[in-house]
Design a protein around this ligand. Structure first.
Ligand code: THU
Length: 125
């Protein structure tokens, strides 16, 4: 996975975060096996439950453009704390395979992990 390139793209995506309620600006960059990069930011809503996380925005963009095979994702939060992907995003990632590398980065911290570590015993039909 091209972590440096993905981080640069995730930081750009975080600038487009629509997060007037939480103030947490998140950007995600997803690399496909075909070599493309799809980005996403979190998009909040005044009806809070309708909020879409940055990770799912990136995945939905990729899938709707015909891509389903992914290598890895960099998730950047414009804050000092590390924010791991929520359970809903983990399940959406798992829909497309369990081999996804995941790098989580903030302005002070970094963690390298994978979907199989974050979501063991995955539910699948
Ligand atoms: N958020 C993400 O974008 N990704 C995550 O994995 C966790 C949470 C966003 C959703 C919401 O806009 C804000 O962070 C606070 O929950």
């Amino acid at each position: 996975m091209n972590t440096e390139k993905l981080l640069a793209e995730a930081k750009k995506a975080a600038k487009n975060s629509y997060s007037p309620y939480s103030g947490l600006r998140v950007g995600a960059a997803l690399e496909t096996k075909s070599g493309r990069i799809f980005t996403g930011s979190n998009v909040e809503n005044s009806s809070y439950g309708l909020t879409n996380c940055a990770e799912r925005t990136a995945i939905f963009k990729a899938v709707s453009e015909g891509e389903r095979d992914f290598i890895g994702m960099v998730i950047y939060s414009d804050t000092d704390r590390l924010f791991y992907p929520c359970g809903a995003c983990r399940q959406v990632m798992a829909e497309f395979g369990d081999e996804l590398s995941i790098v989580i980065i903030s302005n002070r911290n970094k963690a390298e992990t994978s979907l199989s570590q974050l979501l063991p015993s995955i539910f699948r039909l």
